[in-house]
Design a protein around this ligand. Structure first.
Ligand SMILES: N[C@@H](CCC(=O)N[C@@H](CS)C(=O)NCC(=O)O)C(=O)O
Length: 283
């Protein structure tokens, strides 16, 4: 008998604080702040409170893309939110994002200051603010938004499901791994078929739909997230691999990936970013 078959459903679910999973000490079934904490504020118009996970990298990659195009208004301070230590439940952070998840962007160039949360909402906000990486014609714009939302809803399967049970659960469990691996592979296949006939997600233009999707499916396919290329047999998704490699080579993506990164080789970690030179130093 494997461990999971011993479980029988209680009448009312109870929170097991010590379930042994990697996130057991931080995840809770209730919302709200756990402690008072004032967030730091830097000198740039945009303040980012984040971590270098795929959801966090969506935003830093986008900001670096905008800076590469010469948008000085996209200058930003990126502050580290250590979700393992519960920083996301600090009072200031929870005020900016009642959902207590990174990333959060605070636009201080707006009056009053404007907080934006949900990584894809931040991508959309920045794309509209700077007039970049969104298709101009209505049909392609609409398609771009569809693939943006598709990615956002898929992340709960890829990261919250596959990644959680493959990489973080206290022991391997066949049923959830089968369920989430099947769906993750199906989604990779959806993207693979799409990219068989087009250079980018929405056609020949690189958009926020590419940034969002690359951060999850692209990095999973390349083995940069979860180290699961062999397990997922990810090399069969040839078009995803071609697209993922092409995007990975973009200088802005390479810069954005380093920001708020506190894992991987030490020389490639960058807890905070306040100037371009901070990234130059670890590139
Ligand atoms: N849909 C959200 C998901 C954000 C999310 O899940 N963030 C994770 C890190 S990647 C987090 O902050 N986890 C902390 C927690 O669950 O307490 C987005 O895309 O912004």
């Amino acid at each position: 008998m494997t461990e999971e078959t011993k479980y029988s459903l209680p009448k009312v679910w109870q929170w097991d604080k010590d379930n042994g999973g990697k996130w057991a000490s931080t995840n809770r079934p209730i919302a709200g702040a756990t402690h008072d904490h004032e967030l730091p504020v830097g000198e740039h118009p945009l303040q980012l409170y984040s971590l270098g996970t795929p959801n966090g990298v969506k935003v830093t990659a986008m900001l670096e893309e905008l800076l590469a195009l010469g948008h000085s208004g996209a200058e930003y301070d990126a502050w580290l939110i250590d979700i393992g230590k519960g920083d996301q439940f600090g009072s200031d952070f929870t005020r900016l994002n009642p959902n207590s998840k990174i990333p959060v962007l605070l636009d201080r160039s707006m009056d009053p200051e404007l907080p934006v949360f949900e990584s894809c909402a931040i991508l959309h906000y920045l794309a509209r603010k700077f007039g970049e990486f969104l298709p101009a014609d209505e049909a392609t714009y609409s398609e771009c938004i569809s693939w943006l939302f598709w990615q956002e809803s898929g992340a709960s399967f890829v990261g919250g499901g596959f990644g959680h049970f493959y990489a973080y659960a206290p022991y391997p469990m066949e049923y959830p791994i089968n369920r989430y691996t099947m769906e993750t592979k199906r989604q990779l296949d959806v993207l693979d078929r799409l990219l068989a006939n087009r250079e980018y997600v929405c056609g020949d233009q690189y958009t926020i739909a590419d940034i969002a999707n690359w951060c999850w499916y692209g990095q999973v396919a390349l083995g940069d997230v979860y180290d699961a290329v062999e397990f997922l047999d990810a090399s069969i998704y040839k078009h995803v691999n071609r697209w993922a490699q092409q995007i990975k080579e973009r200088p802005a993506i390479q810069r954005g990936r380093l920001v708020n990164r506190v894992f991987g080789p030490e020389e490639q970690q960058l807890r905070e970013r306040h100037a371009a030179s901070d990234i130059d130093a670890v590139l």
